[in-house]
Design a protein around this ligand. Structure first.
Ligand SMILES: Nc1ncnc2c1ncn2[C@@H]1O[C@H](COP(=O)(O)OP(=O)(O)OP(=O)(O)O)[C@@H](O)[C@H]1O
Length: 230
């Protein structure tokens, strides 16, 4: 269980409250109006943003004071954050170790991850030699090799066309099923949430609400979500 207990998360003059529990292995969409605090929520779980009150626990262990690298969390951002001067394999390898050369078995892990996201044999290419969809796959492979229990996706596939995005979402769903990871995914598209996330957290009015069934939330949205969805 991932628990945010009476948390207050500051972002400039904005404060988000969260008092929620997310079951291990669940796939949760994070939805809400622009500027409502969806990224702020993910950043706090990842450890990029501190708490001014409350605590965050995973399986009962308080991780509130742990630096990002020590948390059981991998995060994937919208632009993928690939290093342009490194090859796909080297970018994925950064998920295993921030510097230094990889061992033979780590190289094997990288190759396996690249194959799993459909990029077998493309490890030597640099990001500029890959399409947008392929770059997203490299970023996903990098998150994959970290083998963390919690995967956070912040609008990772927003730049992709609808067919590619659907492919990537299905791949994410397959991967988290295989690894048993707990997924939180920010998306502006309700169809993304419906496609792979059984539950959804509504972030609105400076508060992150406990997860509810995605279908139920979207079929009968509260006013702040209805306005945003149009
Ligand atoms: N760099 C910043 N400095 C000050 N305040 C910020 C900064 N970034 C965000 N905020 C504040 O935090 C609030 C929440 O921002 P956040 O990025 O978490 O929202 P979001 O729901 O992810 O938005 P979007 O859907 O547009 O990406 C914003 O409304 C803004 O007031």
């Amino acid at each position: 269980m991932l628990k945010l207990e009476a948390c207050r998360i500051e972002n400039g003059s904005f404060t988000l409250s969260a008092d929620i529990q997310i079951a291990q292995g669940s796939r949760c969409a994070v939805i809400g109006p622009s500027g409502s605090g969806k990224s702020t929520l993910l950043e706090a779980i990842a450890g990029f943003r501190g708490l001014s009150a409350g605590r965050i626990t995973w399986q009962g262990n308080d991780m509130s004071d742990q630096p990002p690298g020590q948390r059981p969390v991998a995060m994937l951002f919208q632009d993928g954050n690939l290093f342009p001067h490194l090859t796909a394999a080297q970018n994925v390898g950064l998920g295993l170790r921030p510097v230094a050369r990889l061992t033979a078995s780590e190289k094997q892990t990288v190759d396996t991850a690249l194959a799993r996201v459909g990029l077998e044999g493309m490890g030597a290419r640099k990001p500029a030699e890959l399409s947008g969809g392929q770059q997203s796959r490299v970023a996903l492979a990098r998150a994959l090799v970290q083998r963390r229990a919690i995967l956070l996706l912040d609008e990772p596939f927003a730049a992709l066309g609808p067919a590619l995005k659907a492919d990537m979402l299905d791949l994410v769903a397959d991967l988290v099923n295989e690894t048993g990871a707990t997924l939180l995914m920010v998306s502006h598209d309700p169809d993304d949430a419906l496609r792979i996330c059984g539950h959804a957290i509504l972030v609105a009015g400076a508060c992150a609400a406990p997860p509810v069934e995605t279908k139920a939330l979207l079929s009968n949205p509260p006013p702040e979500l209805r306005d945003y969805l149009g």
